[in-house]
Design a protein around this ligand. Sequence first.
Ligand code: HEC
Ligand code: HEC
Length: 472
Amino acid sequence: MYFCTVTPRLDLNTIYIAFKVSLYPNTMTRTLYFILIIGLLYSCKNDQLTITELDATLERTLNRASTDGSYTSFILPETGDYNVLLQDPRNRITKEKVALGKFLFYETGLGLDAIQESGKQTYSCASCHIPEKGFMPGRVQGIADGGIGFGEDGEGRTRFHLYQENEMDVQGARPLSLLNSAFVTNSTWAGAFGAGGVNAGTEDVWDNSEMTAINHLGYAGLESQNIEGLHVHRMVVNKEVLDEYNYTPLFDLAFPDMTADDRYSPLAASFAISAYIRTLLPNEAPFQQWLKGDKTAMNELEKEGAVLFFGKAGCVNCHKTAGLNAMEFYAIGVKDLYETGEAFNTDITDKRNLGRGGFTGKDEDLYKFKVPQLYNLKKSPFYFHGSSKRSLREVVEYFNDGIAENANIPDTQISPLFHPLDLDEEEITALTTFLETGLYDNDLDRYVPEFVLSGNCFPNNDILSRAQMGCE
Ligand code: HEC
Ligand code: HEC
């Protein structure tokens, strides 16, 4: 069924033509021209406003799935609209902070705490969170210090032969995407960072690890994690380093009210990076354009997939925010990273395998992981915290089968929302297409700087990466 919006188009051109026609001497021609003009005036405006039955179904499904009864709640904020973004009241987002964070995140010049001399200045945050890969690593696991190579876009990174496995900067879980971090109050798969949010009431476990002790400072998840992150990922931020690359004026602009001690420190760097990360919104993806009114932005298959995602397949029961992530933790029984056989320095005893339970120490939280965002996933085909799936179709099939693949997880922990879905092949294809392309923002380049102030190559700066990325 096609609706056609009839809108009179009374522009200057039409008025001018009507005026000219009224001057025609012949009444017959004049009448004929007027009929033509009226017809033109009331013709269909354009295809953009064509709403099909499928669009109407999707809109109804979204209204039902939303928390406030309206599909508009799935619209992501505009990138420059800082005021509507969830943020730490002690670190309000400003454009100066975002501009600075956009450099620091990619700055290989900060990598000065490398375990070995040869590793210095070879890595950055973006070694493991590559924009082209949806801010994920492009392989089963991220590697910063101790890694070498980039390949085409991240898949070619591996251990540098002079580093022992246990000297590498690697973790026992796949890096989370940083898109839609604006919805993340408590960061990591276990939600371990951040004083408030889901961590209110967990104060007694913060001192169990050197890292989460940072929560006592009272900041939100991103601010807390990124102070620690700079240290964990062997980066140095101090006045001397910032002076050397000429970052000092940018810190002055971004943090005019901070004391000098804080201003040229990992605290300020974390504030800037956190502000930047909160702006990483895939708000130009076809689904977003559809939500904002362009019904032609998605094809039929993507729309059918969306109807399933927000309806029958029940994905939205967990992936419920506009970023399709959530500050909730579920066990869906996937394998851990060590089981891929391709990851460094992790094994069955890795605390990260325990999910939220590894942080809270509570049995009821064991093997439960944070609900991750779902935009721009197709280019880094390593899904779940343990990278156990290699295509989005496999992920959809996993949810459709509803059978846990990790025998170590007791059935009693598995979420009752994870169960067989009874989708047929066509439905699986539609849902996969929605994830692959409906949720794919083609222009994440807008979040990447043209250069970093050190003048180094980025996101990696080791000799092999430089050659592969064409830096010299
Ligand atoms: C060696 C790879 C690596 C590097 C380098 C790295 N990260 Fe990560 N990042 C990870 C991994 C792995 C996780 C998930 C950790 C977990 O859940 O236990 C993660 C998670 C995050 C998260 C949490 C996202 C969420 O939704 O909870 C943020 C924020 C983050 N990283 C920011 C940064 C910043 C900023 C830097 C640079 C200072 C950085 N990362 C450098 C591997 C890396
Ligand atoms: C019970 C809550 C729940 C439901 C229902 C659910 N998910 Fe998830 N989803 C999660 C959690 C939790 C993870 C992370 C699990 C892990 O890695 O341990 C996840 C991970 C994913 C990932 C991988 C993302 C990444 O970064 O690796 C995709 C893709 C995904 N879900 C899509 C879907 C689709 C499609 C559906 C509907 C068929 C769905 N999910 C239903 C909770 C859920």
